[in-house]
Design a protein around this ligand. Structure first.
Ligand code: ZN
Length: 461
């Protein structure tokens, strides 16, 4: 019986990861992600899958990012009865991220109904917080490098991808010993970075799916935190505040790690550091408790939240504490989400900090077109927050070195770990331009044939 893969997401785009594997006897969905970003993509979240959810035997998640896990509540609501296999850290992060996504979807639907700007009347959330909580019961955590039988002569195994706490490549073996391997690359992490380990070397696969987000780009060279140190010193020198909008899971940890390291090596003064995001505070706890999954350098600090705290560190817990912080004017570093300043508690901090030239706003992640973060980076003289126009007097700047995705050189470095070319390689999770550039580069440098699947393409493997 032949096996097919159908690309139901992350085909020619960077979100919505979903690959349906159909063997003679099993239907397995690898990754179960939401589409995010452009409206025409988000609308696909409402489309029915080509198979009914109850006909899918199992889900396997590469990692907890919403574009890889966020469709699970919808799938469960639609009748999926099986288990969703993932690493134990992925399960922990999903337990905070999926309910949060449900809450946001409910808020958006409420706002749309209030503003009357939905074409659906009334607007409904894609899924609710309760749907997300119901989905969590399907999570089946497993360790790295422990092959698990899914029935029908299919086993899966998680290998460390180094992209996010708990992130993995999924190695799927069809046909038992001597069978064929499909390697689902998930998102590929980076080499020689703090906090997370390097992506694990893989030496062989018959079929490979690999991401291509930065297929045409290089990240800036590592500066050992110097750009961040300069920004902190400059802001504190002006007696100002540094506000860092950061994605709550994955990015806050790295920012705190660098601040701690700069403090310990006395490259920045010790100032109060506040993390004002309940989800980020919870994620920090999971990072501390899963220290064995972190970079070997971090493991000496095993089990201590201290690995992710500076000398004068405060995890802001209550809204009242957050308001007091907004009202303060003494030098401080405030890390809060959302990372693109599209919502969340960071908005109140921006409102307070943006008018004064003493302050700095620092972006540490990608700022998508149309977001407030992007407008600020592009030099807006004022931004609208909670219906009010706020003048921008503060310095607005960005650091681009904290990406969690491999750049083109790092993708090639990982591919060079293979002893021979897979029989078929598919580029996923990328926009058309980077994909074309990466496909050409892999052909030129490795002499591999590479395919770029389109949405809903089915291939026989
Ligand atoms: Zn990811």
């Amino acid at each position: 019986m032949s096996t097919t893969i159908t690309f139901l997401g992350a085909a020619g785009t960077v979100t919505g990861s979903k690959y349906l594997v159909e063997t003679g006897s099993r239907r397995i969905l690898v990754d179960c992600g939401l589409y995010q970003g452009l409206k025409e993509l988000r609308e696909r979240n409402w489309d029915a899958l080509p198979v009914a959810p109850h006909e899918i035997d199992a889900v396997v998640l590469t990692h907890a990012h919403i574009d890889h896990s966020g469709y699970l509540p919808r799938l469960v609501k639609g009748g999926f009865k099986g288990r969703a296999f993932c690493t134990s850290a992925t399960a922990d992060l999903c337990r905070i991220m999926l309910p949060d996504a449900g809450r946001l979807a409910e808020e958006d639907a409420r706002d749309a109904n209030r503003g009357g700007y939905s074409k659906h009347a009334p607007a409904l959330p894609l899924f609710t917080e309760d749907d997300a909580l119901a989905a969590l019961a399907h999570l089946q955590p497993a360790g790295y490098e422990r092959p698990m039988p899914l029935g029908g002569d299919v086993t899966v195994e998680f290998l460390d991808a180094g992209h996010l706490l708990g992130s993995s490549f999924v190695k799927m073996r069809l046909g038992g010993d001597g069978g064929r391997d499909i390697l689902f690359g998930g998102d590929l992490g980076r080499y020689d970075r703090p906090v997370l380990p390097d992506p694990q070397r893989v030496e062989s696969a018959d079929v490979l799916l690999v991401e291509s987000t930065y297929g045409d780009r290089q990240h800036p060279p590592d500066d050992d935190g110097e750009a961040l140190a300069e920004i902190v010193r400059g802001t504190v020198g002006r007696r100002g505040r540094l506000v860092i909008p950061a994605f709550a899971v994955g990015r806050v940890e790295e920012v705190v790690y660098w601040l701690k390291r700069l403090e310990e090596t006395r490259r920045i003064p010790v100032v109060p550091v506040y993390v004002d995001s309940p989800m980020a505070v919870e994620a920090l706890r999971h990072y501390a408790s899963h220290s064995r999954d972190l970079d070997p350098d971090m493991q000496a600090k095993r089990g201590q939240l201290g690995a992710f705290t500076t000398r004068r560190f405060t995890a802001v817990t209550s809204p009242r504490q957050s308001q007091e912080l907004q009202a303060g004017t003494t030098p401080a570093i405030i890390i809060s989400s959302s990372g693109m300043a599209t919502g969340g508690r960071v908005l109140a901090h921006l409102k307070a900090a943006l008018p004064s030239p003493r302050n700095t706003v620092l972006f540490v992640g990608y700022q998508a077109a149309g977001t407030r973060g992007r407008r600020l980076i592009d030099g807006a003289a004022e931004v609208k927050i909670h219906g009010q126009y706020i003048p921008v007097g503060a310095q607005v700047t960005a650091i681009h070195s904290m990406s969690a995705h491999a750049d083109a050189d790092e993708i090639l470095r990982w591919l060079r770990g293979f002893r021979s070319a897979p029989a078929a390689t598919y580029l996923v999770h990328g926009e058309p331009e980077p994909q074309a550039a990466l496909r050409d580069r892999i052909a030129r440098e490795l002499d591999w044939t590479v395919n770029v699947p389109a949405y809903k393409d089915t291939v026989t493997v």
